[in-house]
Design a protein around this ligand. Sequence first.
Ligand code: MN
Ligand code: MN
Length: 302
Amino acid sequence: MLRGPFIPRSWMGACEDYTQADWVLVGLPYDGTTSFRPGTRFGPAAIRDASWGLETYSPLQHAELSGVNYFDAGELEFPCGNRDAILTMIRENARDVLAANKRWLGLGGEHLVTFPVIEAYVEKYPDLAVLHFDAHADLRDDYLGEKLSHATVLRRVTELIGPERLVQIGIRSGPKEEFEWMRHNGTLLETKADIARGLQRLSGRPVFLTIDLDVLDPSILCGTGTPEPGGMSFSTFIEWLLPFQGLNFVGADVVELSPHYDPSGVSNVVAAKVVREVILLGTPASLIDVPQAAMASGSALR
Ligand code: MN
Ligand code: MN
């Protein structure tokens, strides 16, 4: 035997028992419909590696990740190039996670990987609402004739949940028609004052949170396929995210990291930190397995 210790190649701090897990992390290394620069198939592995540099405690949410039960399932192995078979695989695996009463946390991959997950979710939660962070609306009806693309994914989602159950944040690029659609349907929150309106849409419903990392500015996250100047700093992103704390988050995903466009590796660290904050945001305090009194003394930190 080697004496180690070894770092397992799974997300930092993940629990080893699937049956005990509240969240299931699933890597989705697919980038088949990427419209500009491909490479998000390498995202999940890069996020996992970067996670080992993070602290498990989030001062932003005063919450400790080591108290959350999350299981890292690894990466689905896709039949390359067969989009429809890949979407079916994702949908069936999401159904399995939901049947076990767990929450899905997808690590993209491109944004199309969200659609089959939402298909599975609406079977279980017919009143599902979606909170969407992105630089792009992803609301095209088709992209170069394709109905299923990372540029159409939210349009397909609204066909399942209705536009009145969608809330969008950070959108800053797209054709005029997409912006007219968002204004007509009231999906886009443009200023912080709009957050109350977003909360109204989402409160009392099961909510799926989908984060396209290009919502962040390319100056802090250039490792993505369609970088869009004028985005959020990390702090601004957190300011937009935390007001939604306390909603009933039933699943989430973080997509569009394309690690090879950022030789510094900073994008991977940013992405891993986003994932940490998403897990903590989506876990009710009652499920975080650290007694408050013990936490104050630090003795319960595992
Ligand atoms: Mn985007
Ligand atoms: Mn997107």
